[in-house]
Design a protein around this ligand. Structure first.
Ligand code: FE2
Length: 377
């Protein structure tokens, strides 16, 4: 692999989308033990081995395992030395998402356009090459220690990117049907919502498509506010949560306390058959938040006719919500590490483009039961 600075040609500012995104390229997690994390996402979530980087491929100070399921690519990275920045990230935050990588046609342009609008550079445009072609990377900082990396890979045919070799194993558990990243949610600190809404609007050209205040998202005890930011074509959606005052500690505040700052709260993974996917995930050991069975008593009178039988939804704890355009089914895992921080949402959209507002109360009460059991409510 070789690296060199990319040409930084400035595109004239037209009225068009200055940051065209093709979707999520990958999500990278900094973890304490990448080998074991990759195994968990294969065995429990149904990802397949894809690529590896480590001392054997020339990476002397960190190791990365790349796994893939349909259009989902996750990277798990561990430092090999205690004073490496990745080791420090894990010491502060625990296992968590560091990179939300976005696919672009021109990584140099993405960097030029966003840094010209005030984005703080995390990586200047850099060309990586190997026998399979070239990948151009650039990046900017967002909330907390989180980074948006822009990935240009139109001229690359290798397994992942230069520096990685193909990773083949004898253990290849089947897919659970997960397809792509539907949205990624960030938790930001008290009174930081407007700052980050402005960042996504001004630096990345996103729009605020939905807002929820503490009247929408408040239970007896705790509260939060949320705004959904979307890019121009709607392929990339980043809801942002901020804690709000309630009788007791907001679930967002619990996250901020344990993550030691702002960061990714959940990644929503889309499936075309949520009953089948969640059945497999549960059978493979993924733990989900449970709502009381009374949630299902008047489900159909709340959401109208749905294609699915209610009984399997009730057995699995899958939630349903309807908006003007259709309905959606969703369920949330418990945190996937010991700190109460990152979790996953499994979502199936049947027309609805919203985020399950009708489920917030039942869902947050379920979260609070867990919070209370941890002594953090
Ligand atoms: Fe979500």
């Amino acid at each position: 692999m070789s690296t060199s600075p990319a040409a930084t040609t400035r595109k004239p500012d037209s009225g068009a989308d200055f940051l065209p995104l093709q979707g999520t390229d990958y999500v990278e997690f900094y973890v304490g033990n990448a080998k074991q994390a990759a195994h968990f996402y294969k065995s429990a979530f149904g990802f397949q081995s894809l690529a590896y980087s480590g001392p054997e491929t020339g990476s002397k100070d960190k190791v990365s395992y790349v796994v893939r399921q349909n259009k989902l690519t996750f990277v798990f990275t561990t430092a090999l030395h205690p004073n490496h920045p990745i080791a420090q990230h894990v010491q502060v935050h625990g296992d968590g998402v560091n990179i939300l990588a976005l696919r672009v046609d021109n990584a140099a342009s993405a960097w030029n356009e966003t840094t010209a609008r005030g984005g703080k550079s995390a990586m200047e445009p850099t060309i990586l090459t190997d026998k399979w072609g070239e990948v151009v990377l650039s990046g900017i900082h967002t909330y907390g220690d989180t980074i948006h990396l822009f990935v240009e890979r139109n001229n690359y045919s290798g397994p992942f990117m230069p520096g990685f070799s193909e990773w083949k194993t004898a253990y290849n558990p089947p897919s659970t049907g997960l397809q792509y990243v539907d949205h990624c949610v960030g938790n930001v600190g008290w009174h930081q919502m407007d700052r980050w809404v402005k960042f996504y609007e001004e630096v990345m050209g996103f729009r605020n498509i939905l807002s929820f205040d503490d009247n929408d998202i408040s239970t007896e005890y705790s509260a939060l506010m949320s705004k959904v930011m979307s890019n121009g074509n709607g392929y990339v959606k980043f809801p942002i949560n901020e804690p709000a005052e309630g009788k007791k500690k907001s679930q967002i505040e619990e996250y901020l306390d344990f993550y030691r700052g702002e960061g990714v709260q959940h990644v929503a993974l889309a499936t075309p058959n949520i009953v089948d996917t969640v059945t497999q995930l549960r059978d493979r050991g993924v733990e989900f938040l449970q709502v009381p069975s009374s949630y299902y008593d008047d489900l159909l009178s709340r959401v109208g006719t749905i294609d699915e039988d209610v009984q399997p939804l009730k057995e699995l704890g899958i939630l349903v919500d309807r908006d003007d355009e259709g309905y959606l089914l969703q369920i949330f895992t418990k945190p996937v590490e010991d700190r109460p921080t990152l979790f996953f949402e499994i979502i199936q959209r049947k027309g609805a483009q919203s985020f399950g507002k009708g489920n917030f109360k039942a869902l947050f009460e379920a979260i609070e039961r867990e919070q209370s059991a941890r002594g953090n409510l």
